[in-house]
Design a binder for this molecule. Structure first.
Ligand code: FAD
Length: 402
């Protein structure tokens, strides 16, 4: 078995395959050199002034030897020959597979504007990027973050922790607009503003200016010039589905798979950020970017690959830490529908319950971990809990879940 990509999904798959009793050969191939690591800390603790700059490995080195998992570092898969069932690695080696799992993740969306290649203009996907941002933060005074998504706002919080001047420029009208409801956006915006972050919503960055190859100004479409010695581009990611497309597998903003993670080729599977799968929670082909999604895909696929075909049905959940604001989301809401607020907004500890046709579909929490845990239990069966039932227990999620 070849697993292409040793990120959260790929490493979990190797682990779960052995736990499920898979005794065949497992080869885990990655572009990066070094032990596979966790990505979430890269935009959080890793950027702190006092945090240990060592990022966290996903598993200790001994894990790979103990589980007989061959880790191929720095030698990515460059092509797939499906009729021959082989992959070719960057170094030229051709390796045969009985099953091939694509767990190639995603890569940052690039901004196509002048000045984006200047020194001091950074992105954040991998450990190398994080080391660059960390070093830049040591010397920066004025930071412009392009994009008010999760990563952009985590970086804004990290820059603010270091006492820097931070401006966030966002094309949309609110923070994390693709992922959370307007009430959560407003609260998070307020929390950042209270600490000194300036937001420019509804603005497009048109140009980044520099001198001697280094950034000094960010220009927006209204002509405003924002002085900056560090620019962080956080405008989302694109699935890494190039290999799949090249070998003729079905792709559509991600590798298209069925509920068992099968691609259009019965010997090839795809999981994690790169996979577009049918979600019971959205009723649609869906692609998610979260650790939970990657890890639960891997655990489920390991069952199928060891002879117990298992359809994927896990509740999506996600977290983001932005300064003292801890955001947790359980479930998915596709449209804005009615909401109920529980907890104490004034003290910054609350949850927003989101409904579609009276059914609970998503709970977004701010510093409200107990409600988040109950929400995950409640949402395990899609469509099971309606507003009337919740009202009968005074919207007490713990009681409703018990
Ligand atoms: P990845 O972890 O990206 O792994 C894919 C691997 O495939 C990479 O190592 C890549 O090098 C390798 N690869 C690609 N192409 C090839 C090839 N051709 N051959 C071999 N190897 C290849 N999620 C949360 O839930 N909460 C968070 O707080 C959070 N914070 C984040 C902060 C940052 C800075 C980032 C970047 C992501 C964050 N995420 C967070 C998202 C989460 O990390 C991803 O959803 C998760 O890593 C997806 O796992 P994956 O295995 O699908 O992809």
């Amino acid at each position: 078995m070849i697993v292409t990509g040793a990120g959260h999904a790929g490493v979990q798959l190797a682990d779960s395959l052995r736990a499920e009793g898979f005794s065949g050969r497992i080869t885990l191939v990655d572009t990066a050199v070094g032990l596979p690591y966790q990505r979430p800390p890269l935009s959080k603790d890793y950027l702190g002034k006092t945090a240990d700059p060592e990022y966290l490995p996903l598993r200790a080195r001994s894990f790979y030897a103990d589980r007989d998992v061959e880790l191929v570092e720095g030698d990515p898969v460059v092509s797939i020959d499906r009729p021959a069932r082989t992959v070719t690695l960057f170094g030229g080696q051709v390796v045969h597979y009985s099953a091939l799992v694509l767990a190639t993740g995603a890569r940052p969306r690039r901004l196509d504007i002048p000045g984006v290649d200047l020194a001091g203009v950074c992105r954040l996907r991998d450990a190398g990027d994080a080391a660059t941002v960390r070093a830049e933060l040591e010397h920066a005074r004025r930071v412009v973050v392009i994009g008010a998504g999760f990563i952009g706002l985590e970086l804004a919080a990290a820059a603010l922790d270091r006492g820097l001047d931070v401006t966030v420029v966002e094309l949309g009208s609110r923070a994390m607009g693709r992922a959370v409801c307007p009430q959560i956006s407003a609260h998070v915006r307020g929390a950042h503003e209270a600490r000194g972050v300036r937001f420019e919503f509804g603005r497009v960055v048109t140009e980044i200016l520099g001198a001697d190859g280094r950034v000094h100004t960010v220009v927006t479409d209204d002509g405003t010039r924002h002085p900056a010695d560090l620019v962080i581009v956080g405008v989302g990611v694109l699935p890494d589905d190039v290999l799949a497309a090249q070998c003729g597998l079905g792709t559509d903003d991600g590798v298209v798979v069925d509920g068992y993670f099968r691609t259009t080729d019965p010997h090839v599977w795809a999981i994690g950020d790169c996979a577009r799968f049918p979600s019971r929670h959205t009723g649609l082909l869906t692609r998610l970017e979260s650790v939970q999604n990657a890890v639960d895909h891997a655990r489920t696929l390991a069952k199928t690959l060891t002879g117990h075909p298992t359809e994927y049905d896990r509740v999506p959940w996600f977290w983001s830490h932005q300064g003292a604001t801890k955001i947790q989301i359980a479930g998915i809401a596709r449209t804005e529908g009615p909401v109920t607020v529980i907890g104490d907004i004034g003290r910054g500890k609350f949850s927003i319950l989101r409904f579609q046709q009276d059914t609970l579909v998503c709970v977004e929490s701010i510093n409200h971990p107990a409600a988040h845990s109950s929400a995950r239990a409640l949402l395990a069966v899609p469509g099971a809990i309606d507003r009337t039932t919740l009202a009968s227990v005074d919207f007490d999620l713990k009681r409703a879940a018990s």
